[in-house]
Design a protein around this ligand. Structure first.
Ligand code: NI
Length: 158
């Protein structure tokens, strides 16, 4: 496994729409493992393909709950709650900047695992937020596009 460079806001790679994964091979597994290691090392809760210059529809998420590490390949949000949450959000590609966004309180995501098997995962609260944030990355969208209110450093909670 290896730590990969995280692309930063301003890099055009972050604005590309990623293509689906079609080959569930060793190369994909290596990238997923590197992404998880890179995310954990950077103390993040999620990381998407374009953030490591890999323009395919993959992301990893670990919000520190009972789900553990989640690998999402070709994920799609199939259901989202009407109820929303107003949450603090940040991104490893946008260092030291945090703002408030509105996200669904719950989402259901359909994705493939590293071997191409389909599965569904439901998330609430932080996990729902993280899944929305990471899937946005796969469409070239950043949370900065939807921030409603930027937070001053002293207003940020860890
Ligand atoms: Ni991000």
């Amino acid at each position: 496994m290896a730590i990969r460079n995280i692309t930063k806001d301003g890099d055009p790679i972050l604005r590309k729409v990623c293509r689906p994964v079609t080959d569930f091979n060793e190369r994909l597994h290596t990238i997923l493992e590197d992404m998880a290691e890179t995310m954990h090392k950077a103390d993040g809760v999620g990381l998407a393909g374009p953030q490591v210059s890999f323009l395919r529809r993959v992301c990893v998420i670990d919000v520190g709950d009972e789900h553990g590490l989640i690998e999402l390949i070709n994920p799609e949000i199939v259901n989202k709650s009407v109820e929303t949450q107003y949450c603090q959000e940040g991104c490893l590609s946008v260092p030291d900047r945090y703002g408030m966004t509105t996200r669904p309180m719950k989402v259901k995501v359909r994705a493939q695992d590293r071997n191409g098997e389909f599965f569904e995962v439901e998330g609430e609260g932080l996990l729902a937020q993280a899944m929305c944030h990471e899937i946005d990355h796969l469409d070239g969208k950043l949370f900065t596009d939807i921030v409603e209110e930027w937070l001053a450093p002293e207003e940020q909670k860890k």
